[in-house]
Structures are given as C-alpha cells and as structure tokens.
Design a protein around this ligand. Structure first.
Ligand code: BGC
Length: 735
C-alpha cells in the first residue's frame, strides 16, 4: 500500500516544479528579428579593424594574474572567455568589454554538464530514464544555477554516440542509439535555454568512436554511418536551436576535424544549415601541429579558419597569427568576416547587446535549492537500472530479515561533479547508509561494514568484519563503485571489470552464501559476467549525484520501483567491444557452429542488451496492431500494443518499438529503435500504447551520404528491450 501511494506520487512529482519554471529567457527568433540581426552584424563588421575582428575569434581560458586579459578585452582582442567561475570576475570582464571601442559583449563559457551546485546524476544516467523531459528539467535547473554567476554559455550537451565503453566519456552522452540520443540532445538544449544559457553541442563529429576506445584517437567512419548514426543527435540539437557547436579533437578518416573543411563547412554549415558559431575544442587548433597537418601555429590557424572553426578555444593560434596571415594573403578577409559574422550573430541572438533585436537576455531567477534537489532526486530515482533480480531479492522488505549493508561506498558523498566551477561549497549529501537506515522496517536490523579503506575499493579495510557482518544477516546489500576517477575525459580503460579489490571482496562474500543485492555505481557499462553470476540482484546506480543515495534507498526498499533501461549495451567481455544492438546482419548468422559469426571463446550476445531493465513487477505485451499492411512512401504507420502489469506492485515500463528493413540495397540493422514511451501501471492495469512511424523516418544513407528511402517490407518488434519478441510487419509501397 505504501508503495502504491508513493508510486502515484512518482508519476505526478513533476507537476509542482512547473511553478518554478519561467518563460524562456531567450528572444524567440523570427524572420524579422533575424533580418535585423544580420543588418546590425553587417554594420558592426564594417566598423571593425582586422585586430578587432580577430579578437572576436579569440577564446582564452581565464588566467591569473588577470590584468593582461582585462587590458586585452579593453583593446578588443578577446571576444569570449572560458572558466570564469565567479560573478565578480565576470563583472570585471564585462566592464572591460564595455570600455572597449566597439563595446561588443563577451561570451562566458563553462562546463556546466551535470552539476553546478547540486549535482544531478551524470548524463548517461539521464538517458537511462528514457524520459527526455527529465533531462530538460535537469538542464534547466543546472542552467539557472550557472547563469546566476554571469556565465552565458555551457559546453553541453555532449551528444556523441558511442558503442565503446572503454571510452571514458560515455558518461557525458546518451549512449549508443541515435534515436534515443537525439531525443535527449534536443531536451538538453531546451532545458539549458530555459535556464538562461546558450549551448554548445559537442563534439562534432565522431569523437565517440575512437579506435581502441582511446580518448582523442582517430575514428574511421563511412559516410553512410556518419549520417545514419553520428549526425542525428547534432541535427536534433541544431533543430532545437543550439547557438554553438564544438568541433572534436580527433581525426575522422585521417583528417583532424579541426582542419576538416568537408565536415565543418560542407556537412555542418552547408548541408545541415547550421548558421551559429563553431568553436574548436580546448587547444585543438594549436594541436593541429601534433596531428601533423600543420607545421606551426600559423599554419594551424590558416587550416582551422579555412575548415570552418570560428572560435579558437585556448589555442592562441588565431590571436597570434590570423592578422599576419591575412596581411600576407594566406587567409582571405572573407574567411575572417564569415567567422566574425557568426560570432556576432550568436551574441545578438543571445540578447547580449543592449540593442539586441528580439530583446535583451534575461537571466531567470535561481530555483529554490529544495526544488533543484527534488528534480535531482526524481532524475536519480528513474535512472537506476535493475539488471537482475533473482528470487525477488529486491526490494528489501520487513520479510527480508536482517540486512548487511557492506561497502565504504555506502558512506560516500562523492557526487562525481568532475566538470563545473571549483570552489563552491559542497552541498549536503546524505549517505546510502543513513538513507537506508532511515527507511528500513522499524523492527528490522541493518548491520554495516565498510570492508574497504576507500569508497572505490582500491584497498581492503576490515575485510573480516565485512564477512562476519554478512554471516549475521539474511541478505547482503553490497555497494561497489567504479573507481571514482575512472570515467570522464582522458580515462579510457582496457579492463571493464570491478576496480581495486572489489572483485575479491565479492568472491569472499559470495562464499558466505547469503543472497547478495549488488548496487554498482559506474560511469559506463562494465563487463560483469562473473560478477553477475555471483549475485542474486544487480542494480546499476550510475553516479547518482547529490540526492542520489537517498533515491537509491527509496528504490532499495520499494518506495519506488526501478524503471531505468540501458542506453548502452553491457558486454560479456571487453573483447566484444565495440558492441551495440543495431548490428548489421552477416552472411552467417550466429548458430553456435564454427563457421558462423561469433567467438570461439565467448557468446555473441551481450550480457545485458540495450533497452533492458527490470521492475519489481512484470509486464505482459499483447495485441500488437499495425494500422495497414501497406503504406505509401509519404505515409505513416500507426502501431499499437497493449501492456499489462501482471505483478502485484505498481511500476513503470519503457515500451520500445524497433523496426528492421528486410531487403534493401545495403544491409540494414537487425533492429533500429523508432519509438519509446514510458508509462506507469498499477497492479493489473492495462494500457494501450500507440506509436506513429512515418515512412520518411525509415530513410537511411548511402555511401555518398545521400538519404535513401527504399520501399519494401519492414518487421516491427515491440517490447521492453531491444530483444523484444512481439513481432509484426508492414510494407512501404513504391508509389
Ligand atoms: C573537452 C570539452 C570541454 C573543454 C573545456 C575539453 O578538454 O573535450 O568537452 O568542454 O575541454 O573545458
């Protein structure tokens, strides 16, 4: 009963937050406003010296002592700055910009990714909720907190698709699937905008596909794959109005993106029609020398501006060499003007000039901390993914008996805010031990042992005490964490198992023989084959943020049922990586026989597939109906399915729709996500869920990157994961 009431609360929890939302603080672009902006930009450009133009393309990091930078701003030689993390500092530079000849306002940018003050779970966890509106609320809250210090641009959202959990930055994205990631990309842009920040969709493009999973490494991506898989989330961000796009560090097909005219100008600016500004990543223009495509900084500047980089982040190549390059005739003034035009256009669009057409930027008021916490808790709650739950080990109820909570991570208040301004007071964060202690049945015993010397299990603490504690209990809740510094930028891994001595602890505890509910904090999919065999239940908690451990306790005791689904495949072993659900068929589909696709030493299937995630209840899918057996190329297919909660608890389910084109001019993925809906059902309740798929949603790209719509037969699969087995079909006619 307690569950039922709280479950209803879960479905309505967002309504009150609307009261804290404000109308969009950004001017709404119209044709008239855009025309006025272009006229103002032209007028301003006409007044600018070459040095002032180059200044608008210079984007250094805040440095100390700051007097030289203040002076440079006054001279019009700096147009944007990153990492200004204090309101007083922002003000100093704003004043300097106002004291410059042309008084052009500055961009102030920061990595406000998943936290500013209150830490939200990390973006991969947002994707695990399968509720883009939660990511929108999260980014609005983060944006509003950040905007209070005067920052006007966030280096987010990161929308890189990745099928490679060795790459540490999967934590910042929305996983492996372009459809899911596009929904989150747009939602994150909308949320930041509501929060008063402009956005930088990053890293265009292919940064998530480095060979070997090594950060910064090159990617090989065919045109077809580029447009089918990697570009859609950028397109979604552009459609949602992102003002800026950040280029990626790496090479794609041998050419660094920072010097890649085909990708930045041909694809991003011309084909996708992006007319905002394109910035380099940190020092990436300078690093063209390391890539071996420029002999020195001067040549790096030429190549980058020609490729389509408008803003040189911390590279010093533009500021030191562009003007000379223009004077020597190596860089045409038209390339400088085009870049400056984009920078000024964005500044006008953001409402930074006092005479911005469409209105001056308004910063929405800070959200009350309680409201931010409430949103952070709600996001965390829905992000946990229950991968396994033998014998209904979870939730912990009074009938579970004595509970042994084991693991120093249960005392952790680490919110994994690896990006964001430093020096702010850390918010109060409840530990899992306290949160669970406050929720366990009043006649029930909760025993606790740290077991490790640190929260990430790098070394043992009192291991024997941990084992004794397990022996004295009926059920063990073991909390383990991927090494806290093992996710994020520059932390690729080759081993995807538990770090430190956590595996040894699990082995020892498994021998005790009590059912183990493993709670695992991680920034990426791990290879958990051995781990999974030793535990009765496995809950992926990601890095849950400031309110995360409280949310975790709520879910562990069943106040809320887990409802997350994997946005990325969990492999059986590292050798399967890269891995995703949307594989192409092969000439020899796997049968287990030697001469079929697969491995001699591993199953071909993942340990836990994309889209997988259990609840404390069960759902039955039936009654799949497809509106018509055939549709035209301009038509739409309506698909409906009934879902019933067949258990005795309430719960939420993510209903997923996949299609497969059976015969086409190129092999098409065996499944592609084309729709999803998260619904809540009370015990016994049944709901019909409807999807509409346009024939045009089934377009793919050929070797030249051209969109192709081929008529033919499509299979449809509906269910609660990418291995959904309720199947139907329809055909797209030639007409
Ligand atoms: C990262 C970007 C980040 C930038 C500024 C780079 O190293 O790749 O994602 O926005 O630094 O901090």
């Amino acid at each position: 009963m307690r569950f039922g009431l709280l479950f209803l609360a879960a479905l309505t929890v967002f309504a009150p937050l609307a009261a804290h939302s404000t109308p969009s603080p950004r001017p709404t672009p119209t044709h008239a406003i855009e025309a006025e902006i272009e006229a103002k930009v032209s007028a301003l450009l006409a007044q600018m010296t070459l040095e002032e133009k180059v200044g608008q393309l210079n984007f250094p990091s805040y440095a100390f002592p700051r007097e030289p930078q203040i002076e440079a701003v006054k001279q019009g030689r700096i147009g944007a700055m990153l990492n200004v993390a204090h309101p007083d500092h922002v003000q100093v530079f704003e004043e300097a910009a106002r004291a410059s000849r042309l008084k052009i306002p500055m961009l102030f940018a920061i990595d406000s990714i998943h936290s500013f003050h209150i830490a939200f779970p990390t973006p991969i966890a947002w994707a695990a909720t399968w509720r883009p509106e939660l990511a929108e609320r999260a980014t609005e809250a983060i944006g509003r907190e950040t905007a209070q210090i005067g920052v006007n641009l966030t280096f987010a959202p990161m929308v890189d698709i990745s099928r490679d959990p060795r790459w540490g930055r999967v934590i910042e994205g929305a996983g492996e699937d372009p459809y899911l990631a596009s929904a989150f990309s747009a939602a994150r842009v909308r949320g930041y905008h509501k929060g008063g920040l402009a956005t930088a969709a990053k890293h265009f493009v292919g940064y998530g596909a480095p060979e070997g999973g090594r950060d910064y490494n090159g990617a090989q991506i065919s045109n077809a794959e580029l447009f089918d898989r990697y570009i859609p989330p950028f397109k979604a961000a552009i459609d949602a109005g992102t003002e800026t796009v950040m280029a990626s560090f790496n090479t794609v097909n041998g050419v660094p993106v920072t010097a890649n005219h085909r990708l930045l100008t041909g694809v991003l600016k011309e084909r996708l029609g992006f007319d905002g500004l394109v910035m380099s990543d940190f020092a990436a223009v300078k690093e063209l020398v390391n890539h071996g495509v420029a002999a020195d900084l001067s040549e790096a500047a030429q190549k980058a501006i020609h490729a389509g980089i408008d803003l040189d982040m911390e590279g010093k190549a533009f500021t030191n060499h562009l003007a000379d390059n223009v004077r020597a005739g190596r860089v045409p003034m038209s390339e400088i003007d085009a870049a400056v035009r984009r920078v000024l256009r964005v500044k006008y669009r953001m409402g930074l000039f006092p005479d911005s057409p469409g209105g001056v930027r308004k910063v929405p008021p800070a959200m009350p901390e309680a409201a931010v916490r409430k949103t952070a808790r709600a996001v965390a709650r829905e992000s946990f993914v229950l991968l396994k739950n033998n014998g209904a080990t979870l939730p912990i109820t009074p009938q579970s008996g004595t509970v042994a909570l084991i693991g120093a991570a249960a005392l952790s208040t680490n919110d994994h805010s690896w990006y964001g301004p430093a020096g702010l007071e850390k918010p109060v964060t409840e530990t899992l031990r306290d949160a669970l202690g406050g929720r366990i049945g009043k006649d029930q015993k909760l025993l606790f042992a740290e077991g490790f010397a640190d929260g990430c299990g790098q070394a043992f603490g009192d291991k024997e005490k941990a084992l004794e504690t397990a022996r004295a209990a009926d059920v063990v809740v073991l909390v383990l964490a991927e090494d806290c510094a093992a996710s994020g930028e520059g932390v690729s891994r080759t081993h995807l198992g538990l770090t430190g001595v956590q595996g040894e602890m699990l082995d020892a505890l498994a021998k005790v023989g009590k059912p183990i509910a493993l709670v695992l904090e991680t920034g990426r999919p791990l290879a958990l084959t051995d781990v999974s065999e030793k535990v009765a239940s496995l809950l992926i908690a990601w890095h849950p943020g400031t309110e995360g451990r409280t949310a975790l306790a709520e879910v562990l005791v069943g106040e809320f049922a887990p409802s997350g689904k994997l946005p990325m495949t969990f492999p059986r072993s590292v050798g399967q990586v890269p891995i995703s659900y949307d594989d192409l068929p092969t000439s020899r589909p796997s049968t287990g026989d030697r001469f079929t696709t697969g491995y001699v030493d591993e199953k071909p299937t993942p340990l836990y597939p994309f889209g997988h995630g259990l609840s404390y209840t069960t759902f039955r899918y039936s009654g799949l109906k497809i509106s018509a057996p055939e549709v035209s190329r301009a038509g739409t297919v309506d698909i409906q399915v009934d879902i019933q909660n067949t258990g005795s608890r309430g719960g939420q389910e993510v209903v997923q729709l996949y299609t497969r084109q059976l015969v086409a001019s190129r092999s098409r993925p065996m499944r592609e996500l084309k729709g999803f809906k998260k619904i809540g059902l009370a015990p016994g309740e049944k709901e019909t869920v409807r999807f509409s798929v346009k024939a045009s949603d089934l377009v793919f790209h050929d070797d030249d990157g051209k969109p192709v719509m081929e008529p033919g037969k499509f299979s449809v699969f509906v269910g609660g994961s990418s291995v959904a087995d309720l199947e139907g079909a329809f055909t797209i006619r030639r007409d």
